[in-house]
Design a protein around this ligand. Structure first.
Ligand SMILES: N[C@@H](CCC(=O)N[C@@H](CS)C(=O)NCC(=O)O)C(=O)O
Length: 232
């Protein structure tokens, strides 16, 4: 069955959506990423998503199924490709992956966004610049340049919010245990967003989260590392 992933796209097709990365890693986990067609969606292209009944990427089209929202995409893949490696490791794992995704959405992304959002303008097409600047300056209540100027003072808060992951990853290679699950991809998406747009250094080299990120960059034959991005 033909699979298409509608994913956010910047300059030269650079893919940096954290939620797009969750979906992309989930496809890779199921062995489907290589053959999936990618439909790049710029911020100004969102009318192309009208068929999905909403305006956000990622959207997965799998045969007759149209699935939007990265969590719904993971659940769809888990059900539709149940004979392939599990994304959750059962119902209990699914519940915990959902908690991790919710933690990333509500705690990690809000602390990460101010560190990197101003750099997105260098990675998007000119046609998207006005929309991006005005939507983000409204969201943050200040100019992108002001947000960037404050980031050195905010990086500690970002590192602190990773404390639960740091404690676990000091003892085991992945949040999922010996191998990654969707819980790992939920957090990893945040780092792929950052890597795709910003040279700002987020993690110290001796942070267990740094080592975990390295392992995931090398996963699936280095697929994430091959994506253009800043050194991390
Ligand atoms: N809950 C959704 C969130 C999707 C989302 O926020 N996507 C962003 C890209 S990271 C988007 O489409 N933004 C469009 C915009 O900002 O105009 C998911 O998990 O997929």
């Amino acid at each position: 069955m033909a699979i298409t992933l509608f994913d956010l796209s910047g300059k030269a097709g650079r893919r940096f959506s954290p939620f797009g990365w969750r979906a992309r890693m989930a496809l890779a986990h199921k062995g489907l990423e290589r053959d999936a067609r990618v439909e790049p969606i710029r911020f100004s292209d969102k009318a192309k998503l009208a068929f999905s009944g909403q305006q956000l990427v990622p959207v997965l089209v799998d045969g007759d199924d149209v699935v939007s929202d990265s969590w719904a995409i993971a659940c769809h893949l888990e059900a539709a490709y149940a004979d392939r490696p599990s994304l959750f490791g059962g119902d209990a794992g699914r519940g915990m992956a959902r908690l991790i995704a919710a933690w990333v959405d509500t705690q990690v992304h809000p602390r990460l966004a101010p560190l990197i959002v101003a750099d997105v303008v260098d990675q998007i097409e000119p046609i998207d610049l006005d929309y991006f600047r005005s939507s983000r300056e409204t969201r943050f209540g200040k100019r992108l340049e002001e947000i960037r100027a404050e980031r050195e003072g905010r990086v500690d808060a970002f590192r602190e919010v990773l404390a639960p992951a740091r404690r676990v990853l000091g003892d085991q290679p992945y949040i999922g245990g010996a191998a990654p699950t969707f819980a790992d991809y939920a957090l990893f998406g945040a780092f792929m967003w950052a890597r795709g747009v910003s040279p700002f250094r987020l993690l110290a080299g001796d942070d267990p989260v740094h080592g975990w990120r390295e392992r995931l960059l090398d996963s699936f034959d280095g697929m994430p590392r091959r994506e253009p991005g800043h050194p991390v």
